[in-house]
Design a protein around this ligand. Structure first.
Ligand SMILES: [Zn+2]
Ligand SMILES: [Zn+2]
Length: 334
């Protein structure tokens, strides 16, 4: 068994936090020599390459020929829905099963000492975070995703998109595969910041933030409008390639779990661990107005002054920012 107190400390409530500040990508510090190769490798492997692989499986084994997609028929739409639903159920559900149901590593490296099932609350459907988040993720967000995918594929099949972009422009195609997660990251940062704007927050994004202690089922537990906004940029690829469209959808959907794992390190056997990098987004759920980024490939929060690195200094910076915000609000009201 690995001693998590070698890597962090636990407060009176039992919440664990890492000793070290959260590391930022190399471009956050202009003075430091940038290890671009290392960054690129971490960027490509494992998640983005796995997402390309997953999209390829979808493309070659599930997506029907173009003439079939020209009409909106039940068969191919139902198949696409079932495949997406099962894939996301298995992906989110596996994390949930191992860490939250079987509790394979109990509370070791767990940021929040409590498991969501131990904290019923009135603002969740059926007063249960797990049921609420599961229904919202799987029965609202996944259908929205598939409906948008169907629309994009139908548009493509009816002459709105190019058929052979990948074979005619292979280099550009690969560059776009690299660009899409970067675009998603930037878009997510600004859209997320916007969703925290008070008039929107209350009736839209608050749905996601009901889960102060997020778990894998929280990943896609969003208001339908937020889900729509998150997926919306994927449709810009319709004129170029339906593969890029699907890849963009998968990037949004499958990467969403990474910030909601709730554990700093995942134990792989008795001695090895894997770093989840979930702490920035955990802090977002805890403090709301910090760390708007999704995957952290680029230091958007650092650049825009909303970064919390998990240290006392990070906490202080955040408190100062909150105070300044309140002062600005009071000044406006006066
Ligand atoms: Zn979240
Ligand atoms: Zn938020």
């Amino acid at each position: 068994m690995i001693d998590d107190l070698q890597f962090g400390k636990r407060n009176k409530k039992g919440d664990w936090k890492p000793n070290e500040a959260i590391a930022l990508p190399p471009m956050a510090n202009a003075k430091r020599k940038m290890n671009l190769g290392g960054w690129l490798l971490g960027f490509i492997w494992p998640w983005n390459l796995m997402t390309v692989g997953l999209t390829a499986l979808l493309w070659f084994f599930v997506i029907p020929p173009i003439d079939v997609m020209q009409t909106l028929s039940f068969d191919w739409i139902a198949t696409l829905f079932a495949v997406n639903w099962i894939a996301l159920f298995l992906w989110l559900g596996s994390w949930e099963l191992v860490l939250y149901r079987k509790r394979s590593q109990e509370r070791r490296f767990k940021y929040n000492n409590a498991f969501p099932s131990e904290k019923p609350a009135d603002y969740f459907w059926f007063k249960d975070q797990n049921i609420d988040n599961f229904i919202r993720s799987m029965f609202i967000s996944v259908p929205i995703m598939v409906a948008m995918e169907v629309f994009a594929l139908w548009m493509f099949a009816n002459g709105w998109g190019a058929i052979s972009f990948a074979t005619e422009q292979p280099i550009l195609f690969v560059l776009l595969l690299i660009f899409i997660p970067i675009l998603h990251e930037a878009y997510f940062f600004f859209a997320h910041w916007f969703l925290h704007w008070e008039p929107f927050y209350k009736w839209c994004h608050a749905v996601h933030h009901n889960s102060i202690n997020p778990s894998p089922w929280t990943s896609m537990s969003n208001h339908p409008l937020e889900m729509f906004l998150q997926f919306l940029p994927a449709v810009i690829w319709i004129p170029l390639s339906p593969f890029l469209v699907l890849y963009h959808f998968n990037t949004v959907a499958f990467s969403s779990v990474l910030g909601h794992i709730g554990f700093e390190k995942i134990e792989l056997g008795k001695e090895k661990t894997w770093d989840s990098h979930a702490y920035p987004h955990y802090l977002h759920h805890k403090h709301f107005d910090v760390n708007y980024c999704d995957d952290g490939y680029l230091p958007w929060d650092k650049w825009f002054g909303t970064w919390h690195d998990g240290t006392k200094e990070g906490e202080q910076l955040m408190q100062e920012r909150f105070k300044a915000k309140v002062a600005r609000k009071n000044k406006r009201a006066a």
